[in-house]
Design a protein around this ligand. Structure first.
Ligand code: ADP
Ligand code: MG
Length: 246
């Protein structure tokens, strides 16, 4: 098995706040890992560490073979990781001054020196794949939230990532748009993409996750197959959390 993510004894502080506590976590190639937990438990910080958006103080983190040292001591690995890891945020974070298509074409041209012709073809293919091929020349503000999030996913895919990180990708959406974004994520999972997903969509987690991880105050207190975690949680913190959200 190929480990895409390997965390061992990872600790992260914001000042005195101990946000991630001795995290051990391995993600295999093709695995879909859903991370659940209360607000403030450290879910975002955990996945932001994976692509170096946050530094960590101690422990080991390897992403697709690249070792990220504590306190961002390895800029070379960081650059490689950023090329290989796509991220989708709650707030879509599209470039407002670029059309949808240009949003998708930018990184492959800048980071991978792709020709405009190739980048254009990739953008068109990906926009069709996420079901908005007809929106290519619009600006993000003219799209619905669900459409914008699908552009954000297409933009990440344009870099041909080895791993996709999602941080509450549907939390900012009107309810009627959540499904269209989850559909795209479901397809991606089916096609074998390795994914780490922070979400409160428990139906999605149950259906799509290979593994569900419950985080409480910066610690992984329970993990397992979705049916086991949801139907038969062992830890009382997990039980309490699930009884609030299910
Ligand atoms: P979650 O995503 O599970 O809601 P976060 O990872 O965002 O949790 O936050 C974990 C803890 O770290 C919270 O107590 C939060 O207030 C704190 N925190 C997050 N980001 C920062 C930051 N940039 N500076 C200081 N504290 C932070
Ligand atoms: Mg968060």
């Amino acid at each position: 098995m190929t480990h895409i993510v390997e965390m061992k004894g990872m600790n992260k502080y914001f000042g005195k706040l101990h946000v991630l506590k001795d995290i051990d976590l391995t993600v295999e190639q093709g695995e879909v890992v859903v991370i659940i937990g209360a607000s403030g438990s450290g879910k975002s910080t955990l996945i932001r560490c994976v692509n170096g958006l946050e530094e960590f103080e101690s422990g080991h983190l390897k992403v697709d073979g690249h070792e990220l040292a504590p306190k961002s001591g390895n800029p070379k690995a960081l650059a490689e990781i950023r090329k290989e890891v796509g991220m989708v945020f709650q707030q879509f974070n599209l470039f407002p001054h670029l059309t949808v298509k240009k949003n998708i074409m930018l990184a492959p041209q800048k980071v991978k020196s792709e020709s405009p012709t190739i980048a254009n073809a990739t953008a068109e293919r990906l926009l069709n794949r996420v079901g908005i091929g007809n929106q290519a020349d619009k600006y993000p503000s003219h799209l619905s939230g669900g459409q914008q999030q699908r552009v954000a996913i297409a933009r990440a895919l344009a870099m041909e990532p080895r791993l996709m990180l999602f941080d509450e990708p549907t939390s900012a959406l009107d309810p009627e748009m959540i499904g269209e974004v989850l559909d795209v994520m479901r397809e991606l999972a089916k096609e074998g993409m390795t994914m780490m997903v922070v979400t409160h969509e428990m139906g999605f987690a149950r259906e799509v996750a290979d593994r569900v991880i419950y985080i409480h105050e910066g610690q992984i207190v329970e993990q397992g197959k979705p049916d086991d975690v949801f139907d038969n949680p062992q830890n009382e913190r997990t039980q309490a959390f699930l009884s609030r959200v299910l």
